[in-house]
Design a protein around this ligand. Structure first.
Ligand code: ADP
Length: 279
């Protein structure tokens, strides 16, 4: 899409004429459409639990309030819907925080084995509750990488939680880490951490869209599991912020692998010509 603007030359220019400028605004329009979609999605996601809550409040204000069994059942549903809204608002806040910090360069050395062990400990109740075995394979000399500890915990929390939610049928989750000396498109040595489940996977046609906000292969299943559709969007943003890459492999026969690739070295400081010493 082109935007055309015409401006008359100022009177002092010496001769009469028009300046015509052409601007390609397709990019701006696409960003605006994306923003509208996002607002529409958020509104829809918040409206569904609110509709349920309003319905049950009205029911409880009526005759159902006298039936203790029904009352308890309705309150349980209301608590679940309220928790869903809390989860969505939390994920929205995480996403906006990560997006806001997109250009800040991560610097602190982060020990990845600490990140992974903290993540596993936090999700231990869900892992055990689903009867899953978890296999963690890390080399002894795993290097620290420059990054943001809490954001990296969030990456692996979201991936491991998904492996429990959608890969539970496979009985086992494998997490492994290793350093690759080089990786196409990324700077220097790269730390690769894979989270693999052996569950139902997804049809590969969905893979390119999984990291879009609110994209879910099976909406009902995600909702039943308390999903918001934002988990992988958050993961992708955090990995981008660390100059890394997320590789997804999945199919219904073998399950899914989410591979996180993160550069092990901090980026070279930007060249400052002012500080260069003359030869
Ligand atoms: P959600 O809150 O729905 O889990 P995510 O952004 O984390 O949102 O994931 C998006 C979708 O990707 C999920 O709804 C699910 O369809 C699919 N997905 C994510 N992880 C897995 C996995 N390990 N196995 C199969 N499908 C997955």
């Amino acid at each position: 899409t082109w935007q055309v603007t015409a401006r008359a030359l100022p009177p002092g220019a010496g001769f009469a004429g028009l300046v015509i400028s052409l601007h390609d605004i397709s990019h701006r329009e696409a960003a605006e459409a994306q923003r509208r979609d996002f607002v529409a999605n958020v509104s829809h996601e918040l409206r569904s639990p609110l509709t349920v809550l309003t319905g049950f409040i009205e029911t409880l204000q009526g005759a159902a309030a006298r039936d203790e069994h029904a009352r308890q059942e309705f309150l349980d549903i209301m608590a679940r819907e309220a928790a869903r809204m809390t989860g969505l608002v939390q994920d929205l806040l995480s996403l906006s925080r990560v997006e806001a910090s997109e250009r800040i360069r991560p610097r602190d050395p982060v020990a990845m084995d600490d990140v992974l062990r903290a993540t596993i400990a936090a999700l231990r109740p869900q892992i055990d509750g689903a009867g899953l075995a978890l296999d963690l394979t890390l080399p002894d000399d795993l290097p620290s990488i420059p990054g943001d500890h809490d954001q990296l915990v969030q990456v692996f929390h979201n991936l491991l939680e998904n492996a429990v939610k959608y890969g539970g049928a496979g009985g086992r989750i494998d997490i492994s880490g290793r350093v690759l000396r080089a990786c196409p498109g990324l700077e220097g040595p790269v730390l690769r951490v894979s989270v693999t489940d052996h569950g139902d996977g997804v049809d590969p046609i969905h893979i390119p869209r999984l990291t879009e906000r609110f994209y879910r292969v099976d909406r009902a299943r995600s909702r039943d599991q308390g999903g918001t559709g934002l988990g992988l969007a958050i993961v992708k943003h955090i990995i981008n912020r660390h100059r890394g890459r997320l590789v997804i492999r999945s199919n219904p026969e073998t399950g899914s692998t989410f591979e996180v690739l993160l550069p092990c070295t901090a980026p070279a400081p930007p060249h400052d010509p002012g500080s260069a010493t003359p030869p």
